[in-house]
Design a protein around this ligand. Structure first.
Ligand code: F3S
Length: 393
């Protein structure tokens, strides 16, 4: 692996102990995966930010680091809304240690945005090299934008953020981005809500594992693609997918699919993941809501009252830029929280059954929140949340 003179200096500790250790992580990864060199990245997104997932050991490790990030860097969602954690039912003890994690990242120069949708915050373009770690963000960046990132672990994303480079291997290489399996969807025109694409992703992810699928027979918009990729990354380990005629690389490259395994999926198999079980709470915004999704939820809730807790999750910046939609949602009794989500926050652990419109949340809620989960379209979620409850006798 080629190491430049500047990188040799960093490794020798001329810029301090932390940059040297961070570059060692990147070089070690590069050697394991056969990278020829390190390449500059445009941005980083670092997971391992919720105290619920990193715990005391992770916090201690962060607090001993001494460096600054050299590219725009945000965090994955943390365990609570930084401003409204009391309203979420978060304990002061948890809030204290979560604040310590955030302070440790802030000292490193990380922007205090905690979101799995960094692509709504700063422009990410086709061909950009990134070091992102949250699986849905990675799938979106690679597939929907045509940027290039491997699925980084928290430490390797932070190392890349500090050094401003990442080893050039895996999905940074054009030749490693070709489809490996075909998914052919029957009845794709009936998929009109992100929940169907989440359900398709949940189903397909289990079948394709970590292969790169090319999907035929669907016409998703960007929010649908976000839901699809998030779910395939959760139930499988998909970091890049193509949709024939829709995603950028499927339009730029004439991918050869002859000879690839073909998996047929029918709309009814996908739709059958929805159920009718009673629920205690509704959680929307996995991945964090786009501006269009916030508007859609606001339109559905306008003039209605929710009868059970409804949580809507979005990036702080996205919510701040759409105060009218946030106000309409909150007038119904629902809450829009930033910085966190239904999976990484301990706030959701008090519910028995949670209804979601996301294939990724459908996949993660049972294990991460200890709750049963029901999948429905966004409209079905709002209908269930606003339906009058039978009086308790
Ligand atoms: Fe984002 Fe949390 Fe879902 S990190 S993708 S909202 S599980």
């Amino acid at each position: 692996m080629f190491i430049s003179p500047e990188e040799e200096d960093i490794l020798a500790g001329k810029e301090g102990e932390t940059p040297a250790r961070m570059l060692e992580i990147l070089v070690a990864l590069g050697k394991v995966y056969g990278a020829a060199r390190l390449i500059p990245i445009r941005s980083a997104q670092v997971s391992g930010a919720s105290y619920k997932t990193i715990g005391r050991w992770g916090l201690d490790w962060l607090q001993h680091l001494d460096a600054r990030v050299s590219v725009p860097t945000v965090l994955n969602p943390v365990g609570m809304d930084r401003a409204r954690w009391r309203e979420m039912g978060i304990s002061p003890e948890f809030a204290k240690v979560q604040e310590e994690v955030l302070a440790a990242y802030q000292r490193l120069g990380v922007t205090m945005e905690c979101t799995c949708t960094p692509y709504y915050l700063y422009q990410t373009r086709y061909g950009d090299h990134l070091a992102w770690s949250e699986s849905s963000a990675v799938a979106y960046a690679n597939s929907v934008i045509g940027a290039r990132t491997n699925r980084e672990g928290g430490p390797s994303a932070l190392a890349a953020a500090i050094i401003g480079k990442t080893p050039e291997y895996g999905l940074h290489l054009v030749g490693a981005r070709e489809p490996q399996v075909v998914i052919r969807v029957e009845g794709g025109s009936r998929m009109t809500d992100a929940a169907f694409f989440g359900a398709l992703g949940y189903h397909a992810g289990k079948l394709v594992g970590n292969r790169i699928p090319i999907i035929e027979g669907i016409r998703p918009n960007r929010d649908h693609l976000k839901a699809l990729g998030a779910a395939m990354a959760a139930s499988g380990a998909v970091a890049l997918f193509h949709v024939q005629g829709i995603t950028p690389e499927s339009r730029i490259f004439a991918f050869r699919t002859a000879g690839l395994e073909v998996i047929n999926v029918e709309f009814d198999e996908v739709s059958a993941l929805r159920s009718e079980v009673p629920v205690d709470a509704v959680a929307l915004g996995c991945p964090h809501c786009s501006p269009e999704e916030l508007s859609h939820i606001a339109a559905l809730l306008a003039g209605r009252r929710v009868q059970i807790p409804v949580f809507v999750f979005a990036a702080r910046d996205v919510a701040a830029r759409h105060p009218g939609d946030v106000a309409t949602i909150e007038e119904s009794g629902a809450r829009v929280f930033a910085d966190t989500c239904m999976v990484v926050s301990p706030a959701m652990e008090r519910f028995g059954t949670i209804m979601v419109n996301s294939g990724k949340a459908f996949s993660y809620v049972p294990d991460m929140c200890g709750a049963a989960v029901r999948l429905g379209t966004t409209g079905e979620c709002i209908d269930v949340a606003t339906r009058p409850r039978a009086p308790v006798t």
